[in-house]
Design a protein around this ligand. Structure first.
Ligand SMILES: [Zn+2]
Length: 255
């Protein structure tokens, strides 16, 4: 499985996103050729009214269309969903499975499972935080997975150690290992149990705050530092690039 990042843009995005959830969609665009590449290009070219971070289909290339630190427009309209507000466009990653004419559902499903497993490893997001668009907004989405009664199977296959490990034909184990290997070996996950933990631009209360809070959830820490106002500070993985997102580890429990 390859991830093509050529079509990443900030079209239809918010400039803030702190991913704690992965939300699964499917397109309902059954036209011929309406595959992952076509949708990624359409988002890149500004031709969509919504957006997601990733498009999958029945081929083995996934297309990324937005960066994780940008919020996409995929769970903003509520039809009475049980998790609307808890899950938002600013704390989630959207993954859209494409269902173009003649597509192979089983292959698209397996590819989406395999990709979401990689994404979970990269972000530290756990299976409980992988949701249907339906769970958030009560929209009938991902409609094709739901119509086939396959959502529970999807959840089963993304569980760590689940049978998805054995999907030899749809899952490249070597790439999986390389993907995890790109995480620094001293990174680890923490649970934050308070909703209003600030994110600082450096390791200390003497540094400015990033907008918003972490929210309650599981986060990956990639580096530790001493600093003012806490026993220890931890750098959040989603801020690793610019090293400007630190939380007080006094409020985080290592898991
Ligand atoms: Zn959807």
């Amino acid at each position: 499985m390859k991830v093509n990042r050529s079509y990443v843009s900030s079209n239809n995005t918010y400039s803030v996103n702190i991913p704690q959830y992965i939300v699964i969609h499917n397109t309902d665009n059954f036209r011929a050729g309406a595959d992952a590449l076509t949708h990624a290009k359409a988002q890149f070219n500004g031709n969509l009214s919504t957006s997601v971070h990733y498009y999958t289909d029945d081929n083995d290339t996934v297309y990324q269309a937005a960066a994780h630190d940008h919020g996409c427009w995929h769970v903003g309209v509520n039809y009475g969903g049980r998790l609307f507000g808890t899950v938002s466009n600013k704390n989630s990653i959207g993954v859209e499975m494409c269902v173009q004419a003649g597509y192979d559902f089983n292959k698209a499903f397996a590819n989406t499972v395999a990709f979401v497993r990689l994404l979970m490893e990269e972000t530290g997001i756990l299976a409980d935080q992988v949701l249907q668009h339906y769970d958030v907004c009560a929209k009938n989405c991902p409609s094709q997975i739901r119509a086939k009664g396959m959502w529970e199977e999807f959840k089963r296959q993304i569980q760590r150690g689940g049978s998805g490990d054995n999907e030899g034909d749809s899952f490249n184990e070597k790439e999986y290992v390389q993907f995890i290997g790109s995480l620094p070996s001293d990174s680890y996950r923490v649970k934050v149990s308070i909703p209003d933990l600030h994110i600082r631009k450096g390791p200390g209360t003497n540094y400015g705050k990033q907008p918003g809070f972490t929210g309650i959830g599981i986060f990956t820490i990639v580096e530790e530092s001493v600093g003012q106002g806490a026993v220890k500070w931890g750098l959040l993985k989603s801020y690793q690039k610019n090293r400007d997102g630190w939380i007080s580890l006094d409020y985080a429990t290592r898991i």
